[in-house]
Design a binder for this molecule. Structure first.
Ligand code: NOJ
Length: 476
């Protein structure tokens, strides 16, 4: 079992979750700033106002990465720091742009390869007010393309670009469930506006077309000179049939992967949405115009894979609910025999099951002809970790075990299944703002002491990755 000798590994974070400094140096507001201000939206009533204060601690974060042996770091840019109002005719904020240019330079000086995500959910708030943000396919696409161009131009040393992070979350959680910004939903107890039957499909279409636009710009105007690569980051949980002997559950598994992963990946690798989605959603699923198809089809240089957990899938009888986004099935942690997929964590949706990781990498590889994969996120929270005394938090053995099992599952997929994985990022470098869960859920390999000046202290898991990768990466 081994990994290629140029394999990159490190940790991942996202701007809104770690930076804080939301009003510093001319940053504009994002939909998450606005969402967090609404009472009841965030579990502990918190927000990213201070978070880990990473905007003011870049040197410390780089030293931390270095001390843990990371060879790469995945982080996201805050669009609203660079173009505070977000639009293609709006002014650029030089201070915000310079901040990231310097950060990239300093990472490279420390021998750490930057993987830069252009948008990790924090859409500039003004674009939401101006034209409905992701609901406006043409305007959003043009504004995003402009923003992407500004970034490509300013940061030629970046060789790995990700357009969007987990569009499934932006669309389903933001426009159907209403749990994430901008919080729209058909459920009027959650949101005064929104239509969960149509908006997730429209906003996903917007993100795909905007991704295609940014990729075209990179390929036409920057790639040949800068020599980098660009792709999208998709989340996806692995699936096992609730009853492996029931063909309907086996089919439901496939449908679940199509409704979450292939929803985005099929248009990119195959040119259209999956048939199962068209069948269930009919004309609610947008149709790609010829121009859009030309933008989206073939637009990934690599597949960014975010992965955390597995589920048992049980088919549902009857006709699908019009609000359904999953493919008309139940998503469970127990199978027909009563076996549980993995132990509980602090995240209600996450239970460790490393076997699923290998399985899913194989599914992606077969469906999309063995693309180059970067595992752009993988990690776990721990049940009640936040309630433990600090010395106990630092002994995060469950997380150590999680990383060992998942990284080995990945190496197995590379060695035995022919899967082409070339990089891995643990989520996350440090505890941070876990969106609607606030700060109660910790995902970091480093503890962040929010009461004492955001001090970072490595947990046991922070130091388990270097020996793990040293043992797996082939010597030349
Ligand atoms: C995926 C998201 O990209 C990240 O922002 C989040 O914190 C982790 N999952 C953990 O939930």
């Amino acid at each position: 079992m081994s990994l290629p000798n140029d394999f990159l590994w490190g940790f991942a974070t996202a701007a809104y979750q770690i930076e804080g400094a939301v009003e510093q140096d001319g940053r504009g507001a994002t939909i998450w700033d606005t969402f967090c201000k609404q009472p009841g939206k965030i579990a502990d009533g918190s927000s990213g106002v201070t978070a880990c204060d990473s905007y003011n601690r870049t040197a410390e974060d780089i030293s931390l990465l270095k001390s843990l042996g990371a060879t790469a770091y995945r982080f996201s840019l805050s669009w609203a720091r660079i173009i505070p109002l977000g639009g293609r005719d709006d002014p650029i904020n030089q201070a915000g742009l310079d901040h990231y240019v310097t950060f990239v330079d300093n990472l490279l000086r420390a021998g750490i390869t930057p993987f830069v995500t252009l948008l990790h959910w924090d859409v500039p708030d003004e674009l939401d007010r101006r034209y409905g943000g992701l609901l406006n396919t043409s305007e959003f696409g043009l504004d995003f393309a402009h923003y992407a161009r500004v970034c490509f131009q300013a940061m030629p040393k970046v060789k790995h670009w990700c357009t969007f992070n987990e569009p499934w979350c932006s669309t389903v959680l933001g426009y159907n469930v209403g749990q994430f910004a901008p919080g729209r939903s058909s459920d009027r107890s959650r949101s005064a506006e929104g239509d969960g039957k149509t908006e997730p499909w429209i906003t996903a279409h917007t993100l795909l077309v905007a991704h295609g636009r940014a990729v075209r710009i990179y390929r036409e105007d920057f790639k040949s000179v800068q020599g980098g690569e660009i792709g999208i980051v998709l989340n996806g949980d692995a699936v096992f049939p609730w009853d492996p002997l029931d063909p309907a559950d086996v089919m439901a598994c496939e449908r679940k992967l199509e409704f979450t992963i292939a929803w985005f990946a099929d248009p990119i690798y195959k040119g259209d949405y999956p048939t199962s989605m068209r069948k269930q959603l009919g004309c609610r699923l947008p149709i790609f115009s010829e121009e859009e198809k030309a933008l989206v089809y073939g637009s990934n240089d690599f597949y960014g894979m975010n992965h955390y957990t597995s589920n048992y899938i049980k088919h549902k009888p009857g006709t699908p609910d019009p609000e359904d986004v999953a493919g008309h099935l139940d998503i469970l942690f127990y199978n027909k025999k009563g076996y549980c997929i993995g132990e509980e964590t602090q995240s209600p949706w996450l239970r460790p099951c490393a076997l699923g990781f290998r399985d899913l990498m194989v599914w992606i590889s077969k469906r999309y002809e063995y693309p180059k994969i970067y595992v752009t996120e993988n990690g776990t929270s721990i049940k009640r970790e936040n309630d433990l005394p600090r010395e106990k938090i630092l002994e995060d053995d469950l997380r150590v075990r999680y990383y060992e099992e998942y990284v080995r599952a990945m190496a197995t997929a590379v060695s035995l299944d022919g899967v082409d994985v070339q990089g891995y990022f643990a989520w996350s470098l440090m505890d941070n703002f876990e969106w609607a869960e606030g700060y109660e859920t910790r995902f970091g390999v480093c503890y962040v002491d929010y009461e004492n000046g955001q001090k970072r202290v490595p947990k046991r898991s922070a130091r388990c990755l270097r020996p793990l990768f040293d043992g797996l990466i082939r010597e030349v």
